[in-house]
Write a protein that binds this ligand. Structure first.
Ligand SMILES: Nc1nc2c(ncn2[C@@H]2O[C@H](COP(=O)(O)OP(=O)(O)OP(=O)(O)O)[C@@H](O)[C@H]2O)c(=O)[nH]1
Ligand SMILES: [Mg+2]
Ligand SMILES: [Zn+2]
Length: 268
């Protein structure tokens, strides 16, 4: 209980509104069910934290909506395969991690409206689509500091909030070291990308429409003919992350990701 209070205030400082719950004691399930009603929600998190268990518990937790509307929020639709219980896995005693039990995204319709999606767990969040510039937006506490000081802005448009002159974001926030570390990982990856794909002949790149209609360059090249990059400059943590996944556990589409493939090839 003491720990929960401490976590509550800590997470609030990070800009989140936590909802504590336990599948075992059913604590917090009713309020969670209430939050989920009438909207589409995705449950994400590392493998083995209990995402599928939580969904099963929500569906079997009849008290909440029975009391409220005389109708169960997760009432089974007969014959719908989505209403089988989600498969729940064991946590590896050796690594303390889950075993990637859920392998597909399942979208579960809620009888009160909306949907709930179960997803396969991951080991570490992927930074592949995050840029140095967009990382700050992923931290609610940075967004908060920026909006608090409006209309004042950081002096530089492309400020990375690392103590640049005229920066509005101060360094005395708890997750600053974490932000700094992620930024560094992105920097290493972006430099690698530039070295490997950025300086090459025309025709080696084709353009495709990426997220939000932004044009993205995609390499179309034999990677071997490009100059080798020193092992030291590899983003080892990304490669470690890939190695951690067993072959049949590999949920990343590595073969189709030219960048991941390049890092692999270069590091062999
Ligand atoms: N003590 C306790 N154990 C839980 C709780 N929730 C889940 N577990 C256990 O944690 C293990 C993993 O649960 P899952 O629901 O399969 O985890 P997951 O997040 O869906 O894992 P992936 O599908 O691999 O991403 C199971 O052995 C559950 O019984 C909880 O609230 N308390
Ligand atoms: Mg699961
Ligand atoms: Zn700044």
């Amino acid at each position: 209980m003491v720990a929960m209070v401490a976590w509550n205030s800590r997470l609030h400082k990070w800009g989140y509104k936590p909802n504590f719950c336990s599948v075992e004691s059913k604590y917090g399930l009713d309020s969670l069910a209430f939050i989920l009603r009438d909207q589409t929600s995705v449950i994400v998190g590392p493998s083995g934290v209990g995402k599928s268990s939580l969904i099963n518990a929500l569906r079997n937790n009849h008290n909440a909506s029975d009391a409220a509307e005389g109708e169960n929020l997760f009432d089974p639709i007969l014959g719908s395969k989505w209403f089988e219980d989600q498969l729940v896995g064991q946590v590896s005693t050796r690594s303390g991690r889950g075993k990637h039990t859920t392998r597909n995204v399942s979208l579960l319709p809620l009888s009160a409206g909306g949907y709930l999606a179960d997803t396969p767990g991951f080991n570490q969040p992927s930074l592949m689509k995050v840029t140095k510039q967009s990382l700050a937006q992923a931290f609610p506490e940075i967004r908060q500091m920026l909006s608090d000081s409006e209309p004042a802005k950081c002096s530089f448009n492309d400020c990375l909030h690392l103590g640049e002159p005229g920066c509005i974001v101060k360094a005395d926030w708890e997750r600053y070291p974490y932000y700094f570390q992620l930024l560094d990982e992105i920097r290493i990856r972006e430099e690698f990308q530039l070295r490997t794909f950025g300086t090459k002949k025309e025709g080696d790149v084709r353009y495709k429409m990426g997220d939000k209609g932004v044009q993205q360059a995609e390499p179309r090249l034999e990677l071997k003919k490009h100059r080798r990059v020193s092992r030291k400059s590899m983003n080892q943590s990304l490669l470690d992350e890939l190695d951690e996944l067993d072959d049949d556990d590999n949920l990343l589409d590595e073969e189709n990701d030219p960048f991941l493939k390049a890092m692999r090839d270069e590091n062999q």
